[in-house]
Design a protein around this ligand. Sequence first.
Ligand code: DLZ
Length: 205
Amino acid sequence: KRKIENAPNPDGAKSIRGLDLPTYDGAGLRIGIVSARWNSVVCDSLVAGAVEALKSCNVTDIITEHVAGSYEIPQAAQAMLLTGHFDGIICIGCLIKGGTMHFEYISEESHFLASSFCLRRGSQTDLNWTTEDICELGCQAVTQGIMRLNLDFKVPVIYGILGCLNEEQAKERAGVDGAGHNSGKDWGITVVESCLLTKKYKAKA
Ligand code: DLZ
């Protein structure tokens, strides 16, 4: 197990992924989860891990929504946040760089995708994109979208987007089939920690 120095380790700490994360009482918190369906074996496992961790922190109000892919996650999270119902959101997705995609798929679908990312960024389309280029752009777009939500809505929006080199790595980070570690558990604890911190300082503001 990998130990991270300086991780919080108060009384009652329990170990997750070698990090000593504290347990939190999140009773009364209202948490949303928005998950992509792309790479659903991985994402479903991450969602299950997050829900398990939330329940272990006494969180009972958990609403899970699904969208097609990671690219749709920031806007879906925004729609949920606009209701004012949620204390925090966990965004869950999985972008895989390498390819289990076969040639036809890469040549047609992902060039279409590259074009749509280009257009969204206001640049010219270029059909010489690799899947890595596309994944990189997708990651950047989602990362920036999620960060914006954190600051605009002033509530924690947790970045649960795995960027992996291949499917095997993704499964390991999602604890699929008992392998590796389920990062969703970390994100469940993290959202509770961040919500409690936000509430503490909102009360003082
Ligand atoms: C199109 C696409 C590709 C090629 N790869 C992924 C991926 O690895 N992970 C993921 O979450 N979504 C992927 N998508 C779908 C996009 O996120 C999005 O759903 C579509 O481009 C429609 O906007």
